[in-house]
Design a protein around this ligand. Structure first.
Ligand code: GLC
Length: 546
C-alpha cells in the first residue's frame, strides 16, 4: 500500500456555529476557531474538518449554501478564512472544507435564476418535473427532513426536487455545466491552500430521479473519477465522502487508490444498527455489542488491503459517543476513555468531533421550542401529527436528535461555558460546570490527556497505522478485543463495554504474555495470565514483548 500523510493523521471536526464565539453575538465564528488553534495543536491533531462556513440563509445551519465563494457574515470574512488557513498551517494543521454540492440553498443565484422561467439559462441546473394530471407531485419520493421530495413552484407551474428541506433544491448532476461549475469552485478553494474536502452526502449525486434511485446511482463513480481528474487528483489532499449507503464492496470502489476517486468514506453501518427498522432513529433500540463488533470486524477485514477506513463514533448529526455507547453518568470518564482507545487503535483515520475529547454528553431540553435543528423540528411536527405521542418523540430526540452534538463547546465552568458572553443560539449543556476544557487540561487523568496519548501513539507506532487487524473473543457479549500486527510487532487492545466487572478466559495465544502498556484507563496492565478480570469499562492497549 502506498503511504499517504492522511493514513497517520487524526482529524478534528469543528461545527463552527457551536465552537467559539469571538464577537459575542451568540454564534461561533472563524475568529473563535483561530483563537483556539493553540489548544488544538496541544491536542496533537493534524487536520480540522470545518463544517460549512459559506454564505447561507442557515435553514440547515450552513448545509444550504447561497455563495460558495464567500463566508457567512456571522462566521467572518474571506480574509479571516485565509488567516485561519495560514495560522493553522503554521501549527502544522490543514483545513478540510465541507463540500455541499448535492444541493444548494434556494437563495443561491443559480436557483433564483432557474425558477424564473422554463427557458432560463440556469433552469437545467436543478431537477424540474411537470405535475401529474391532478396537479399532484410526479411521484411519492420523500425528503429526509419530512414531506415530499417535490416542491411546487407556482411561477413556472412545475415541481423541483429536494432530498432535504425545500430550501435545499438538488443540483442536476446530469448537466455538464453543473459539473464544471463545481470543479471550478473546488479548484478555487484548493488554490487558497486548503487540505481537502469532506463531501456532504456525496453518494446521492449519481441519482436517477425518474427511476427512484437516489443513493449510489449508476453515474456516481464516473462523476467522482471525473471530479478527481479535474480538481484534486494532482494535489496531495484528503477527501472523505459522507456515504450513508456504502457497503464494504462499494467502499472499495470509492477508496481504492487505483480507481482515482476518494481517500476514504464515512460509512454508517455501525450507526444505523441502533435505529429501529420502522421508526429509524426516532426510536432507540438497545445497543448490542455483538452486532457492533461484527460490523467493525467486517469493515476492518474488507478494507485490509484495498481502500481505507474512516473511524468515528460521532459527528454533528449524531448523538454524543459517551451517551450512545458508554455511560454518561457514573463511568463517564472511564467509558469515554475506553471508547477512544477502542476506536483509535483500529486501522483507519480517526475523527474526533468537538467536545468528544472532554467527554461531552447528550442534552435534554425541557421543551421542543428549545431545539434548533430543522430535522428535529420538522420530524417532531410530522410524527406527532401522525399520532406518535409527544413523550415517545422526545425520547427519540433525547437519544438521537442532532442538537445533542450542537450545544456549545464547553471551555470552562463559567458563564455560557466560555463559549460566548452573548446569548448562545442554542442552550449550553448545564453539565459544563463539571465537564469543560479548563478542568480537563488541569487534570492529568482527564479524557483529554487520554486523547493526547492516543494521538501520540499513532505518530510513534507504525503498527497502529498499518498493522493488520485480528479480532479476539468474537462471541464475548461485553468485551471488544482485537490485535494489530505489523512484522514482529503486536498490540493487543481489550475494551470492556459494560458497567460490570468482567472475568474472562484469554485465548491460548495471549496467555502468559507480557509487554509495555501503551494506554489504559485504570492501572496499567503489563502482563496477561490465563484469566483476566476487567473493571467496569476498563480498557488498555498492550504492546507484546517479542
Ligand atoms: C449531511 C450533513 C447534514 C446535512 C445534510 C444535508 O448529512 O452532515 O448535517 O443536514 O447532509 O446537507
Amino acid at each position: 500500500m502506498e503511504k499517504k500523510w492522511w493514513h497517520s493523521a487524526v482529524i478534528y471536526q469543528i461545527y463552527p456555529r457551536s465552537f467559539m464565539d469571538a464577537d459575542n453575538d451568540g454564534i461561533g465564528d472563524l475568529a473563535g476557531v483561530i483563537g483556539k488553534l493553540d489548544y488544538l495543536a496541544t491536542l496533537g491533531i493534524d487536520v480540522i474538518w470545518l463544517s460549512p462556513v459559506f454564505r447561507s440563509p442557515m435553514d440547515d445551519n450552513g448545509y444550504d449554501i447561497s455563495d460558495y465563494h464567500d463566508i457567512a457574515p456571522e462566521f467572518g470574512t474571506l480574509a479571516e478564512m485565509d488567516r485561519l488557513i495560514a495560522e493553522a498551517a503554521r501549527r502544522g494543521i490543514r483545513i478540510v472544507m465541507d463540500l455541499v454540492v448535492n444541493h444548494t440553498s434556494d437563495e443561491h443565484p443559480w436557483f433564483v435564476e432557474a425558477r424564473k422561467s422554463k427557458d432560463n439559462l440556469y433552469r437545467d441546473y436543478y431537477i424540474w418535473r411537470a405535475p401529474r394530471a391532478d396537479g399532484s407531485p410526479p411521484d411519492r419520493q420523500r425528503a429526509s427532513f419530512g414531506g415530499s421530495a417535490w416542491e411546487f413552484d407556482p411561477a413556472t407551474g412545475e415541481y423541483y426536487y429536494h432530498l432535504f428541506s425545500k430550501r435545499q433544491p438538488d443540483l442536476n448532476w446530469e448537466n455538464p455545466q453543473v459539473q464544471e461549475e463545481v470543479h471550478r469552485m473546488m479548484n478555487w478553494w484548493l488554490d487558497r491552500g486548503i487540505g481537502g474536502f469532506r463531501m456532504d452526502v456525496i453518494d446521492l449525486i449519481g441519482k436517477e430521479v425518474d427511476r427512484g434511485i437516489t443513493t449510489e446511482g449508476p453515474r456516481l463513480h464516473p462523476l467522482l473519477q471525473q471530479m478527481h481528474a479535474a480538481t484534486f487528483g494532482h494535489r496531495d489532499v484528503l477527501t472523505v465522502g459522507e456515504t450513508w449507503s456504502a457497503t464494504p464492496e462499494t467502499a472499495k470502489l470509492y477508496s481504492d487508490p487505483a480507481r482515482k476517486e476518494l481517500s476514504m468514506v464515512f460509512q454508517f453501518e455501525h450507526v444505523t444498527l441502533g435505529h429501529h427498522p420502522e421508526h429509524g432513529k426516532w426510536q432507540q433500540r438497545a445497543f448490542d455489542l455483538l452486532e457492533l463488533k461484527r460490523v467493525i470486524t467486517k469493515w476492518q477485514t474488507a478494507l485490509a488491503d484495498t481502500g481505507w477506513n474512516a473511524l468515528f463514533w460521532n459527528n454533528h448529526d449524531l448523538p454524543r459517543a459517551v451517551s450512545k455507547y458508554g455511560d454518561p453518568g457514573r463511568y463517564r470518564v472511564e467509558s469515554a476513555k475506553m471508547l477512544a482507545t477502542a476506536l483509535h487503535c483500529l486501522k483507519g483515520t480517526p475523527y474526533i468531533y468537538q467536545g468528544e475529547e472532554i467527554g461531552m454528553t447528550n442534552v435534554r431540553f425541557d421543551a421542543i421550542e428549545e431545539y434548533r435543528d430543522i430535522e428535529t423540528l420538522n420530524l417532531y411536527r410530522e410524527r406527532t401529527a401522525a399520532g406518535v405521542p409527544h413523550e415517545s418523540m422526545m425520547e427519540g430526540i433525547f437519544a438521537n436528535g442532532r442538537d445533542n452534538a450542537r450545544t456549545p463547546m464547553q471551555w470552562h465552568a463559567g458563564e455560557n461555558a466560555g463559549f460566548s458572553t452573548g446569548t448562545p443560539w442554542i442552550q449550553v449543556n448545564p453539565n459544563h460546570r463539571e465537564i469543560n476544557v479548563a478542568a480537563a487540561l488541569d487534570d492529568p487523568n482527564s479524557i483529554l490527556h487520554h486523547y493526547r496519548a492516543l494521538i501520540r501513539l499513532r505518530k510513534e507506532r507504525p503498527v497502529v497505522v498499518y498493522g493488520r487487524y485480528l479480532p479476539h473473543l468474537e462471541d464475548h457479549p461485553q468485551v471488544f478485543a482485537y490485535e494489530r500486527r505489523l512484522g514482529e510487532e503486536r498490540i493487543v487492545v481489550i475494551n470492556n463495554f459494560s458497567g460490570q466487572t468482567v472475568e474472562l478466559e484469554l485465548p491460548a495465544e495471549l496467555r502468559h504474555r507480557a509487554g509495555e502498556c501503551l494506554v489504559s484507563n485504570y492501572a496499567p496492565v503489563r502482563r496477561l495470565g490465563e484469566r483476566l478480570s476487567l473493571h467496569p469499562f476498563e480498557s488498555f492497549a498492550l504492546a507484546l514483548a517479542a
